[in-house]
Design a protein around this ligand. Sequence first.
Ligand code: HEC
Length: 119
Amino acid sequence: MKKAMFTLLIVLAGLTSANAQTSEDPKGKSIFKENKCVGCHAIETQGFLKKGKSSAPDLSNVGNKLTTDFLKKYLKKEEVQNDLKHPVSFKGNDEDFAVLTDWLAALKKQEAADTLKSK
Ligand code: HEC
């Protein structure tokens, strides 16, 4: 009986750690990678470095600039920025899209956040 309890505990511990979202690899980050956003965008604070000569901006600080609501429209080409639509429309499912846009809106550089506050 003791052994069974012990085994159960081990299994449970394994399950919780598998489900846990560590800050190192949050779900939004994998969605960003899976949807090929990394092909154009760097996010230096997340370890995605600029490659090639894409003109797409680094998104390390995008949360200081854009809201989740705006991102949801912009990444479906329903909204423009500087008179331009985003070059691609998000192709994944709604659930992933919600996680992705929340994750993006939370990307803020501490330094920039402080500067904004002191203004
Ligand atoms: C084909 C290249 C390309 C791909 C793929 C791409 N983007 Fe972009 N993205 C751009 C370009 C170029 C801009 C800047 C457009 C402009 O100047 O108006 C941009 C702008 C943005 C912005 C606004 C940034 C800012 O500072 O205003 C966000 C947010 C963004 N992209 C997110 C994404 C996400 C999320 C994905 C994946 C679903 C993605 N992009 C895929 C090229 C790309």
